[in-house]
Design a protein around this ligand. Sequence first.
Ligand SMILES: [Zn+2]
Length: 353
Amino acid sequence: MTDQAAFSIFDGHNDALLRVWRAGPGGESAFVEGGGEGHLDLPRALAGGMRGGLFGVFVPRPPAEPAPPDMDRAAKELSPPVSHDWAAQVAEEQAAILERLERISGGRLRKALAPGDARAALDGDHLACVLHFEGAEPIAEDLSNLEAWHERGLRSIGLVWARRNAFAEGVPLRFPASPDIGPGLTSAGKELVRQCRRLGMLVDVSHLNYRGFLDVAKEYAGPVVATHSCAHAICPAARNLTDEQLRVIRDTGGIAGVSLNLPDLNPDGSESTVGALGLIARHLEHFAAVAGVGHVGIGSDFDGCPMPEQVPDAAALPRIAEALGERGWKEHDIRRVFRDNWVRVLDQTLSEG
Ligand SMILES: [Zn+2]
């Protein structure tokens, strides 16, 4: 691997804040200095050309609650809901981690807040972090704390994980299955989407069910993103995007980002890592064929799922570009998927707010 990646990359989704939160004291300095833990830290991101990404706040179930019984993937149901109070506490702690990372990074990690921030990082040598919620549970149902979170730097909300909340319902991690499971957005959910648009925040439809997805496209009336989902036509997991959904995302001017999560990549829903780079390329090519290459991105899910051995961490991101190049992709198109599509949507969304 070369020191200088050929392409800088904006990555649509990672769970590094969750990993650092779980690591406890010392986690932040390990992230900034490079502790070798997990899939993503600052030195490995910069080495792999990663210059920006959505950094998700994820709320696990409270420690006192027992794990749900182990369910076969074929029969998985939604995970139990989490309370707003617990979610608000975890979000506060994980957002504070991002703020500390920024303080101790010596300028190498900065929150992305405004149009131009991601582009500056992609053209420069620091990492731009968009604070994102994976699940809107930290937001009060009456939206009374939404503007405070925006002021705090929140710029993106994924309405749900594989759960139900006051705003929407996710799909279970079920395979094979249609994403058309359960009801659309609640009235609070529709209002949240409209307010995100007004404030200039992204709304992420990954994990959302089909009816909720259609509601977002209608209520948001702007570029809709699916930060980390794969092609349902190749791997029929409930949380993957159908061709119809890809065309809706295209019509909004948005982005669908292929994740590196093996059970969402493999046609049989397995965790097989055989031929993973070719498989990632196939999903990207399917997205490009259906939605157009201007609406395709990558959302690794680093630190949120097991990685294929071919892309074990952020430093290995250039291998995806190499694989695409070997399959005949033009440099211009790789650059769009790796960065330019995200720059367009972020500039447009944050500036229109
Ligand atoms: Zn996810």
